[in-house]
Design a protein around this ligand. Structure first.
Ligand code: GTP
Ligand code: MG
Ligand code: ZN
Length: 359
Protein backbone atom coordinates (compact mmCIF):
# COMPACT_ATOMS: atom_id res chain seq x y z
CA UNK A 1 0.00 0.00 0.00
CA UNK A 2 1.22 3.51 -0.78
CA UNK A 3 2.32 5.75 2.08
CA UNK A 4 -0.65 7.94 2.97
CA UNK A 5 -3.32 5.36 2.17
CA UNK A 6 -3.43 4.04 5.75
CA UNK A 7 -5.80 4.84 8.60
CA UNK A 8 -4.74 8.02 10.35
CA UNK A 9 -7.90 8.07 12.47
CA UNK A 10 -6.74 4.86 14.09
CA UNK A 11 -3.52 6.69 14.94
CA UNK A 12 -5.48 9.34 16.82
CA UNK A 13 -6.17 11.85 14.05
CA UNK A 14 -9.11 14.05 14.95
CA UNK A 15 -10.84 15.23 11.78
CA UNK A 16 -12.99 17.84 13.47
CA UNK A 17 -9.99 19.47 15.13
CA UNK A 18 -8.16 19.67 11.81
CA UNK A 19 -11.14 20.52 9.60
CA UNK A 20 -9.59 23.85 8.53
CA UNK A 21 -6.21 22.25 7.90
CA UNK A 22 -7.57 19.54 5.63
CA UNK A 23 -8.52 22.16 3.06
CA UNK A 24 -4.86 23.16 2.83
CA UNK A 25 -3.58 19.69 2.14
CA UNK A 26 -3.76 19.82 -1.67
CA UNK A 27 -1.80 16.82 -2.94
CA UNK A 28 -0.05 16.32 0.41
CA UNK A 29 -0.54 13.33 2.67
CA UNK A 30 -0.98 13.42 6.44
CA UNK A 31 1.08 11.22 8.75
CA UNK A 32 2.14 11.10 12.37
CA UNK A 33 5.72 11.37 13.56
CA UNK A 34 6.57 8.23 15.50
CA UNK A 35 10.24 8.97 16.21
CA UNK A 36 12.96 11.51 15.59
CA UNK A 37 16.58 10.71 14.71
CA UNK A 38 18.44 13.99 14.33
CA UNK A 39 17.31 15.26 10.92
CA UNK A 40 15.37 12.13 9.99
CA UNK A 41 11.82 11.42 11.07
CA UNK A 42 9.91 8.17 11.09
CA UNK A 43 6.32 8.85 10.08
CA UNK A 44 3.30 6.57 9.95
CA UNK A 45 -0.14 6.75 8.36
CA UNK A 46 -1.43 4.05 10.69
CA UNK A 47 -0.44 1.22 8.35
CA UNK A 48 2.62 2.30 6.35
CA UNK A 49 5.84 3.67 7.76
CA UNK A 50 8.41 5.88 6.02
CA UNK A 51 11.57 7.77 6.87
CA UNK A 52 11.21 11.43 5.98
CA UNK A 53 13.34 14.56 5.89
CA UNK A 54 12.31 18.20 6.16
CA UNK A 55 11.80 20.21 2.98
CA UNK A 56 14.28 23.00 2.24
CA UNK A 57 11.58 25.59 2.76
CA UNK A 58 10.69 24.06 6.11
CA UNK A 59 14.34 24.25 7.19
CA UNK A 60 14.77 27.85 6.19
CA UNK A 61 11.52 28.93 7.84
CA UNK A 62 12.10 27.09 11.13
CA UNK A 63 13.03 29.74 13.68
CA UNK A 64 12.90 27.89 17.00
CA UNK A 65 12.81 24.49 18.67
CA UNK A 66 9.02 24.66 18.55
CA UNK A 67 8.96 24.69 14.76
CA UNK A 68 10.48 21.23 14.35
CA UNK A 69 8.44 18.03 14.40
CA UNK A 70 8.54 15.84 17.49
CA UNK A 71 7.03 12.47 18.38
CA UNK A 72 3.25 12.64 18.14
CA UNK A 73 3.15 15.50 15.66
CA UNK A 74 0.90 15.42 12.58
CA UNK A 75 2.69 16.49 9.43
CA UNK A 76 1.91 17.19 5.79
CA UNK A 77 4.21 15.08 3.64
CA UNK A 78 4.90 14.24 0.04
CA UNK A 79 6.30 10.92 -1.16
CA UNK A 80 8.52 10.82 -4.24
CA UNK A 81 9.95 8.02 -6.38
CA UNK A 82 7.34 5.45 -5.39
CA UNK A 83 7.72 6.17 -1.69
CA UNK A 84 11.50 5.97 -1.76
CA UNK A 85 11.95 9.54 -0.70
CA UNK A 86 9.55 11.30 1.68
CA UNK A 87 9.57 14.99 2.52
CA UNK A 88 7.82 16.77 5.38
CA UNK A 89 6.37 20.12 4.33
CA UNK A 90 4.78 21.36 7.54
CA UNK A 91 3.62 20.50 11.03
CA UNK A 92 -0.11 20.73 11.72
CA UNK A 93 -1.18 22.85 14.71
CA UNK A 94 -0.66 21.02 17.99
CA UNK A 95 -3.49 20.24 20.36
CA UNK A 96 -0.96 19.99 23.18
CA UNK A 97 2.79 20.11 23.46
CA UNK A 98 4.80 18.61 26.29
CA UNK A 99 8.11 20.36 26.80
CA UNK A 100 10.83 20.73 29.36
CA UNK A 101 13.84 22.90 29.89
CA UNK A 102 16.98 21.26 28.57
CA UNK A 103 19.24 20.00 31.34
CA UNK A 104 22.02 22.30 32.41
CA UNK A 105 22.12 26.04 32.80
CA UNK A 106 21.40 26.92 29.21
CA UNK A 107 17.86 28.14 28.97
CA UNK A 108 16.23 26.33 26.12
CA UNK A 109 13.34 23.99 25.64
CA UNK A 110 13.16 20.47 24.45
CA UNK A 111 9.96 19.12 22.98
CA UNK A 112 8.99 15.80 24.51
CA UNK A 113 5.84 14.91 22.59
CA UNK A 114 2.95 16.54 20.77
CA UNK A 115 -0.79 15.93 20.77
CA UNK A 116 -0.78 13.97 24.01
CA UNK A 117 -4.14 13.44 25.74
CA UNK A 118 -2.95 11.80 28.93
CA UNK A 119 0.47 11.93 30.59
CA UNK A 120 1.35 8.85 32.63
CA UNK A 121 3.87 9.72 35.33
CA UNK A 122 5.55 6.48 36.34
CA UNK A 123 7.30 6.18 39.69
CA UNK A 124 8.68 2.92 41.05
CA UNK A 125 7.41 2.29 44.57
CA UNK A 126 10.66 0.77 45.79
CA UNK A 127 13.36 3.34 45.17
CA UNK A 128 12.12 6.10 42.92
CA UNK A 129 9.09 7.29 44.88
CA UNK A 130 9.08 11.04 45.57
CA UNK A 131 6.07 13.31 46.05
CA UNK A 132 8.21 16.39 45.33
CA UNK A 133 9.31 14.99 41.99
CA UNK A 134 5.70 14.15 41.26
CA UNK A 135 4.81 17.79 41.88
CA UNK A 136 7.51 18.79 39.38
CA UNK A 137 6.03 16.58 36.69
CA UNK A 138 2.56 17.88 37.46
CA UNK A 139 3.54 21.50 36.98
CA UNK A 140 5.01 20.63 33.60
CA UNK A 141 1.96 18.58 32.57
CA UNK A 142 -0.65 21.02 33.84
CA UNK A 143 1.07 23.84 32.03
CA UNK A 144 0.53 21.93 28.81
CA UNK A 145 -3.16 21.35 29.66
CA UNK A 146 -2.70 17.60 29.58
CA UNK A 147 -4.51 15.23 31.92
CA UNK A 148 -2.09 13.57 34.35
CA UNK A 149 -2.35 10.08 35.85
CA UNK A 150 0.17 8.59 38.27
CA UNK A 151 1.33 5.01 37.77
CA UNK A 152 3.13 3.48 40.73
CA UNK A 153 5.14 0.50 39.49
CA UNK A 154 6.88 -2.46 41.11
CA UNK A 155 4.29 -2.91 43.87
CA UNK A 156 5.50 -6.54 44.02
CA UNK A 157 8.59 -5.31 45.86
CA UNK A 158 6.66 -3.83 48.81
CA UNK A 159 4.26 -5.05 51.45
CA UNK A 160 0.63 -4.07 50.79
CA UNK A 161 0.60 -1.74 53.81
CA UNK A 162 3.75 0.01 52.56
CA UNK A 163 2.05 0.56 49.20
CA UNK A 164 -1.08 1.97 50.89
CA UNK A 165 1.05 4.33 52.92
CA UNK A 166 2.78 5.72 49.82
CA UNK A 167 -0.56 6.18 48.04
CA UNK A 168 -1.88 7.99 51.14
CA UNK A 169 1.17 10.29 51.07
CA UNK A 170 0.23 11.41 47.57
CA UNK A 171 -3.49 11.67 48.33
CA UNK A 172 -2.79 13.88 51.32
CA UNK A 173 -1.31 16.66 49.17
CA UNK A 174 -2.82 15.89 45.75
CA UNK A 175 -6.33 14.68 46.56
CA UNK A 176 -7.87 14.70 43.08
CA UNK A 177 -5.09 12.85 41.33
CA UNK A 178 -5.81 9.52 39.65
CA UNK A 179 -3.37 6.85 40.87
CA UNK A 180 -2.90 3.32 39.55
CA UNK A 181 -0.71 0.85 41.45
CA UNK A 182 0.66 -1.94 39.29
CA UNK A 183 3.33 -4.57 38.80
CA UNK A 184 4.76 -5.81 35.53
CA UNK A 185 5.94 -8.91 37.39
CA UNK A 186 2.70 -10.09 39.00
CA UNK A 187 0.14 -8.43 36.75
CA UNK A 188 -1.43 -6.58 39.65
CA UNK A 189 -3.31 -3.47 38.48
CA UNK A 190 -3.65 -4.82 34.95
CA UNK A 191 -7.43 -4.33 34.92
CA UNK A 192 -7.17 -0.74 36.13
CA UNK A 193 -4.56 -0.07 33.45
CA UNK A 194 -6.70 -1.56 30.73
CA UNK A 195 -9.61 0.58 31.85
CA UNK A 196 -7.44 3.68 31.82
CA UNK A 197 -5.90 3.10 28.41
CA UNK A 198 -8.63 4.08 25.99
CA UNK A 199 -8.18 3.31 22.28
CA UNK A 200 -7.36 6.17 19.90
CA UNK A 201 -6.25 8.40 22.76
CA UNK A 202 -2.56 9.26 22.91
CA UNK A 203 -0.70 8.58 26.14
CA UNK A 204 2.85 9.52 27.07
CA UNK A 205 4.97 7.64 29.58
CA UNK A 206 7.16 9.87 31.73
CA UNK A 207 9.45 9.08 34.64
CA UNK A 208 12.96 8.24 35.76
CA UNK A 209 15.07 5.61 34.09
CA UNK A 210 14.43 2.07 35.27
CA UNK A 211 10.91 2.54 36.64
CA UNK A 212 9.44 0.10 34.13
CA UNK A 213 7.95 2.29 31.37
CA UNK A 214 9.08 0.10 28.49
CA UNK A 215 8.36 -3.07 30.45
CA UNK A 216 4.79 -1.84 30.80
CA UNK A 217 4.50 -1.48 27.02
CA UNK A 218 5.87 -4.99 26.58
CA UNK A 219 3.39 -6.25 29.18
CA UNK A 220 0.54 -4.60 27.28
CA UNK A 221 1.76 -6.02 23.98
CA UNK A 222 2.28 -9.42 25.56
CA UNK A 223 5.85 -9.91 24.36
CA UNK A 224 9.35 -8.50 24.69
CA UNK A 225 8.96 -6.18 21.72
CA UNK A 226 11.19 -3.44 23.11
CA UNK A 227 14.45 -3.55 25.04
CA UNK A 228 14.34 -3.21 28.81
CA UNK A 229 17.18 -3.55 31.25
CA UNK A 230 18.02 -4.10 34.86
CA UNK A 231 19.43 -0.97 36.49
CA UNK A 232 23.01 -1.69 37.45
CA UNK A 233 23.48 -1.43 41.20
CA UNK A 234 26.94 0.13 40.93
CA UNK A 235 25.88 3.17 38.93
CA UNK A 236 22.11 3.20 38.90
CA UNK A 237 22.09 6.59 37.18
CA UNK A 238 24.55 5.70 34.46
CA UNK A 239 22.32 4.60 31.63
CA UNK A 240 19.04 4.82 29.83
CA UNK A 241 17.66 1.75 28.15
CA UNK A 242 15.23 3.65 25.96
CA UNK A 243 17.17 6.27 24.04
CA UNK A 244 14.60 7.86 21.73
CA UNK A 245 11.01 8.88 22.16
CA UNK A 246 8.80 6.57 20.24
CA UNK A 247 5.11 6.49 19.42
CA UNK A 248 3.70 2.99 19.47
CA UNK A 249 0.24 1.76 18.53
CA UNK A 250 -0.92 -1.30 20.42
CA UNK A 251 -3.24 -3.92 18.94
CA UNK A 252 -5.94 -2.67 21.30
CA UNK A 253 -5.80 0.68 19.49
CA UNK A 254 -4.06 2.49 22.34
CA UNK A 255 -1.36 4.92 21.25
CA UNK A 256 1.57 5.40 23.64
CA UNK A 257 4.74 7.44 23.47
CA UNK A 258 7.60 5.79 25.35
CA UNK A 259 10.32 8.19 26.49
CA UNK A 260 13.84 7.76 27.86
CA UNK A 261 14.00 8.25 31.61
CA UNK A 262 14.54 11.82 32.67
CA UNK A 263 17.42 12.19 35.04
CA UNK A 264 16.79 15.84 35.48
CA UNK A 265 13.41 17.34 34.91
CA UNK A 266 14.92 20.77 34.53
CA UNK A 267 13.04 23.89 35.32
CA UNK A 268 10.49 25.48 33.16
CA UNK A 269 8.90 28.81 32.70
CA UNK A 270 5.63 27.45 33.94
CA UNK A 271 3.14 29.86 35.39
CA UNK A 272 -0.17 28.20 34.83
CA UNK A 273 0.92 24.79 36.03
CA UNK A 274 1.35 26.05 39.59
CA UNK A 275 -2.28 26.93 40.24
CA UNK A 276 -3.43 23.43 39.44
CA UNK A 277 -0.60 21.60 41.16
CA UNK A 278 -0.48 23.72 44.31
CA UNK A 279 -4.06 25.03 44.68
CA UNK A 280 -3.74 24.85 48.49
CA UNK A 281 -0.60 27.04 48.62
CA UNK A 282 -1.81 29.47 45.94
CA UNK A 283 -5.17 29.75 47.74
CA UNK A 284 -3.56 30.43 51.09
CA UNK A 285 -1.15 33.00 49.63
CA UNK A 286 -4.18 34.91 48.41
CA UNK A 287 -5.45 35.17 51.99
CA UNK A 288 -2.32 36.77 53.48
CA UNK A 289 -2.86 40.20 54.99
CA UNK A 290 -0.26 41.86 52.77
CA UNK A 291 -0.44 41.17 49.09
CA UNK A 292 3.35 41.33 48.75
CA UNK A 293 3.71 38.80 51.58
CA UNK A 294 6.86 36.69 51.28
CA UNK A 295 5.41 34.06 53.66
CA UNK A 296 8.56 34.09 55.77
CA UNK A 297 7.82 36.29 58.78
CA UNK A 298 4.90 38.61 58.09
CA UNK A 299 2.02 39.05 60.46
CA UNK A 300 -1.29 37.78 59.12
CA UNK A 301 0.43 35.32 56.80
CA UNK A 302 -2.08 32.59 55.97
CA UNK A 303 0.64 30.26 54.65
CA UNK A 304 2.71 30.37 57.85
CA UNK A 305 -0.45 29.92 59.91
CA UNK A 306 -1.40 26.83 57.90
CA UNK A 307 2.07 25.32 58.31
CA UNK A 308 1.89 26.02 62.03
CA UNK A 309 -1.49 24.39 62.56
CA UNK A 310 -0.49 21.48 60.37
CA UNK A 311 -3.01 22.00 57.54
CA UNK A 312 -0.17 22.64 55.06
CA UNK A 313 2.83 20.32 54.96
CA UNK A 314 6.04 22.30 55.23
CA UNK A 315 7.76 20.03 52.72
CA UNK A 316 5.12 20.78 50.13
CA UNK A 317 5.40 24.49 50.75
CA UNK A 318 9.21 24.38 50.44
CA UNK A 319 8.95 22.57 47.12
CA UNK A 320 6.48 25.17 45.89
CA UNK A 321 8.82 28.03 46.85
CA UNK A 322 11.82 26.32 45.28
CA UNK A 323 10.04 25.67 41.99
CA UNK A 324 8.53 29.12 41.93
CA UNK A 325 11.97 30.71 42.31
CA UNK A 326 13.40 28.53 39.55
CA UNK A 327 10.51 29.32 37.24
CA UNK A 328 10.88 33.05 37.90
CA UNK A 329 14.57 32.89 37.12
CA UNK A 330 14.11 30.94 33.93
CA UNK A 331 11.18 33.01 32.80
CA UNK A 332 13.43 36.02 33.06
CA UNK A 333 16.33 34.55 31.17
CA UNK A 334 14.03 33.09 28.56
CA UNK A 335 12.74 36.58 27.84
CA UNK A 336 16.33 37.92 27.80
CA UNK A 337 17.24 35.26 25.35
CA UNK A 338 14.27 35.89 23.15
CA UNK A 339 15.09 39.57 23.04
CA UNK A 340 18.36 38.68 21.40
CA UNK A 341 16.45 36.99 18.68
CA UNK A 342 16.41 39.51 15.85
CA UNK A 343 12.83 39.06 14.78
CA UNK A 344 11.54 39.22 18.30
CA UNK A 345 13.62 42.35 18.88
CA UNK A 346 12.19 43.94 15.80
CA UNK A 347 8.66 43.19 16.93
CA UNK A 348 9.46 44.67 20.36
CA UNK A 349 10.72 47.87 18.77
CA UNK A 350 7.58 48.12 16.70
CA UNK A 351 5.38 47.67 19.76
CA UNK A 352 7.39 50.24 21.72
CA UNK A 353 7.17 52.69 18.84
CA UNK A 354 3.43 52.10 18.70
CA UNK A 355 3.13 52.66 22.46
CA UNK A 356 5.20 55.85 22.29
CA UNK A 357 2.97 57.16 19.55
CA UNK A 358 -0.05 56.45 21.72
CA UNK A 359 1.21 58.55 24.66
N1 GTP B 1 10.08 -6.05 40.39
C1 GTP B 1 9.68 -5.39 39.30
N2 GTP B 1 10.59 -5.06 38.35
C2 GTP B 1 10.15 -4.39 37.27
C3 GTP B 1 8.79 -3.99 37.10
N3 GTP B 1 8.67 -3.31 35.93
C4 GTP B 1 9.90 -3.28 35.39
N4 GTP B 1 10.80 -3.92 36.18
C5 GTP B 1 12.24 -4.08 35.92
O1 GTP B 1 12.85 -2.79 35.97
C6 GTP B 1 13.94 -2.70 35.04
C7 GTP B 1 13.84 -1.45 34.19
O2 GTP B 1 12.69 -1.51 33.37
P1 GTP B 1 12.53 -0.67 32.02
O3 GTP B 1 11.18 -0.99 31.49
O4 GTP B 1 13.69 -0.86 31.12
O5 GTP B 1 12.55 0.82 32.59
P2 GTP B 1 12.31 2.19 31.79
O6 GTP B 1 11.46 3.03 32.68
O7 GTP B 1 11.80 1.92 30.44
O8 GTP B 1 13.79 2.79 31.74
P3 GTP B 1 14.45 3.78 30.63
O9 GTP B 1 14.14 3.21 29.29
O10 GTP B 1 15.91 3.76 30.95
O11 GTP B 1 13.82 5.11 30.85
C8 GTP B 1 13.90 -4.00 34.23
O12 GTP B 1 14.89 -4.87 34.72
C9 GTP B 1 12.51 -4.56 34.49
O13 GTP B 1 12.46 -5.97 34.43
C10 GTP B 1 7.86 -4.36 38.13
O14 GTP B 1 6.67 -4.07 38.08
N5 GTP B 1 8.38 -5.07 39.19
MG1 MG C 1 12.50 2.36 28.57
ZN1 ZN D 1 2.00 35.05 53.48
Amino acid sequence: MRMGAGDIKALGFCESFYAGELEKRKELGIARVTSVHKERFTISDGVNVAVAVLSGKFMSNADSTFAFPCAGDWVFFQAHNADEFTVIHSVLPRKTILKRKTPGRKVDFQLIAANIDVALIVQALDADFSVSRLERYLVMIHESHIHPVVLLSKCDLLLPEEVSQKVAEIREVLPGLQIVVFSNKTGEGADALRELLAPSKTFCLLGSSGVGKTTLINTLIGEQAFATQEVRESDGKGRHTTTTRQLIKLKSGVIIVDTPGMRELGNFAAEEGFDETFPDVVGLAGQCRFNNCTHTQEKGCAVLAAIQDGTLAEKRYRNYVKMNKEAEYHQMSYVDKRQKDKRFGKRCREVLKFQRNQC
